[in-house]
Write a protein that binds this ligand. Sequence first.
Ligand code: 2F8
Ligand code: CA
Length: 166
Amino acid sequence: MWILKQTKGKKKKIFSSQSKLIVSQLNTRTEQRDKLQRIKSGQQGWMLFGGSAYYVSSTTKSWEESRNDCRQKGADLIIINSEEEQNFANQLKKYMWIGLTDSENEGTWKWVDGSQLTTSYWGPNEPNGNRKENCGDIKTFKTQKSWNDEECSHTLSWICEMRLPL
Ligand code: 2F8
Ligand code: CA
């Protein structure tokens, strides 16, 4: 917010100290994001898309171990919250864990940040594992509806997402 200052009959726009603080905080966050983007784009296995950096594993692990690996990288398993992000993940053409589970409450699928699943991309007849298959993956990536539920102890590749600031 700017404020008008009148000196010698001339009106001058000046920024309030609150506005200066917001601008400086925004600049700091932009610098942090740019720095993270530079680091991630140069790191083996990481890709930038939208406002996030993604890592696709070249080995396989259980869902829990995959999640631990992501967290150890300062990220988490991917949370898919747009059609663009779903299409991005599919075009990687990899059978891989995503950040979706109904381990806590059978049939109530939640993302790893605790948010409820709203728009879903389950494959035909999925999820079909009831109490046996409580972790989500991308399996049939040739079609947009690519998700499958799978036994969490199964070993698969995985995809991590690190949200970049702003
Ligand atoms: O993709 C269909 C179906 O394929 C397997 O079952 C035959 C999967 N289970 C395992 O791999 C253990 C199911 O999750 C999947 O629904
Ligand atoms: Ca299944």
